[in-house]
Design a protein around this ligand. Structure first.
Ligand code: KDG
Ligand code: MG
Length: 409
């Protein structure tokens, strides 16, 4: 059979999502997530203005060949826009193949390697008391792993901390509606942060004991030597991982961190191909791969990346914030269930409006997710519901040091 229709849907049920719909000549529909936070329309244009005409008439079963055709074909390679577009096509084709086989996608990837997918929640608070409330709430829901982010004395609103107060319904959405054509701005000081955080981890261990898996996101803000010192200082608190301690594009920075510390390291949410990891994996400079299926070329590319990581004892930690749509989340869950070197999955539940637009079949039970057993990815976009939510331009904030210098956000 062949691909007959290619449509791009843009909807904004509280935040923007770009979803690709591929329909085959015999009416099978596949969905793919193409959401790139703050740059949604660039991917939508890539898909509708450049890829759609190349897909029509192709055999939908030739997933690997289509991936190579879209990756090598245009000469220009990689980059988040291109790779999110390829990812959406790839997800939609796997969705179609699994629907045609009458199986949930994880069966085509080798079947389940585990019963459920351990997830981590986002716990945050402007101060320790608020953070403690949030962690307590997640433990009551059965979570065994939490990412902890907290306010830093001397700084205002910073990355990862909910401005609306603590709670298990994490409503931190960093992409802000654009009012004057420009993104909002935040302020940052690494010295304040480095002085404050170890004490927070100490209190969490004291209050919650040794079992809780504690994760933390440095969000690219430390220099290599700052990150090395921080990773060493927090060793006594036994973090599950320290994420993005330095800007990801500087692979050799992590050599320095590794030389000084045994705190496990995770990186990769801004990466978009296996080549971004080449040094990190072969030199064993990281412990967890943080790519999103949506931003790294889809299921085909992620499966190869994670198999490559497995050879070096490196595990998965697939990116799963709310800017990954439920379609992208389902793709992650099918991979998580199937691969052997699964580590943990990030889970930030979508709001109710989003879940009215995307009908999902994944289930949550006491800290574990399962993708469900519907044929395909198990997520369908309700196009009528989606049409009620118009695209609204929203950008991630820009970060500046206290003296006004632009810094990594
Ligand atoms: O769009 C940016 C977010 O996806 C990112 O800031 C979330 O760092 C993040 C995480 O670990 O989920
Ligand atoms: Mg992160």
């Amino acid at each position: 059979m062949t691909i007959e229709l290619v449509d791009v849907n843009i909807t904004s049920p509280g935040r923007n999502f770009v979803t690709l719909k591929i329909t085959t000549a015999d009416g099978v529909v596949g969905w793919g997530d193409a959401t790139l936070n703050g740059r949604e329309l660039a991917v939508a244009s890539y898909l509708s203005d450049h890829l759609a005409s190349m897909l029509i008439g192709r055999d939908e079963d030739r997933i690997e060949d289509t991936w190579q055709y879209l990756y090598r074909g245009p000469y220009w390679r990689r980059g988040p826009v291109t790779m999110a577009a390829i990812a959406a096509v790839d997800m939609a084709l796997w969705d179609i193949k699994a629907k045609k086989a009458g199986m949930p996608l994880y069966q085509l990837l080798g079947g389940a390697s585990r019963e459920g997918i351990r997830v981590y929640a986002h716990a945050s608070g402007t101060d320790y008391a608020a953070l403690k409330d949030a962690i307590t709430g997640y433990e009551e829901l059965g979570y065994t792993a939490v990412r902890v982010q907290t306010g830093v004395p001397g700084l205002g609103q910073i990355y990862g901390v909910s401005a609306t107060g603590p709670g298990v319904r994490y409503d931190y959405e960093p992409a802000k509606r654009v009012e004057n054509g420009r993104p909002s701005e935040e302020r940052w000081d690494t010295r304040n942060y480095l002085a404050h955080m170890p004490g927070i981890f100490a209190r969490i261990r004291e209050d919650f004991g040794a079992d809780l898996r504690i994760l933390h996101d440095g969000h690219h803000r430390m220099s290599p030597i700052e990150a090395a010192r921080f990773a060493k200082d927090i060793e006594p608190y036994d973090l599950f991982w320290l994420e993005d301690c330095t800007p990801g594009e500087d692979q050799s920075a992590l050599r320095l961190v590794r030389q000084h510390s045994t705190t496990p390291l995770a990186i990769g949410e801004v990466f978009n191909s296996v080549f971004d990891y080449q040094t990190l994996i072969t030199e064993r400079l990281i412990d967890y791969v943080r790519s999103a299926v949506t931003h790294t070329g889809g299921i085909t590319a992620m499966k190869k990346l994670l198999d490559f990581a497995a050879i070096y004892g490196i595990k998965s930690g697939i990116h799963g914030p709310t800017d990954i749509s439920p379609v992208g989340m389902a793709a992650a869950l099918h991979l998580d269930l199937a691969i052997h070197n699964f580590g943990i999955q990030e889970y930030m539940p979508h709001n109710d409006r989003t879940l009215e637009v995307f009908q999902t079949s994944f289930t949550f039970d006491r800290g574990f997710l399962h993708p469900g057993d519907r044929p395909g990815l198990g997520v369908e976009l309700d196009e009528d519901a989606a049409s009620g939510h118009e695209y609204t331009k929203a950008y991630l904030p820009v970060n500046r040091l206290l003296d006004g210098t632009v810094h990594d956000w």
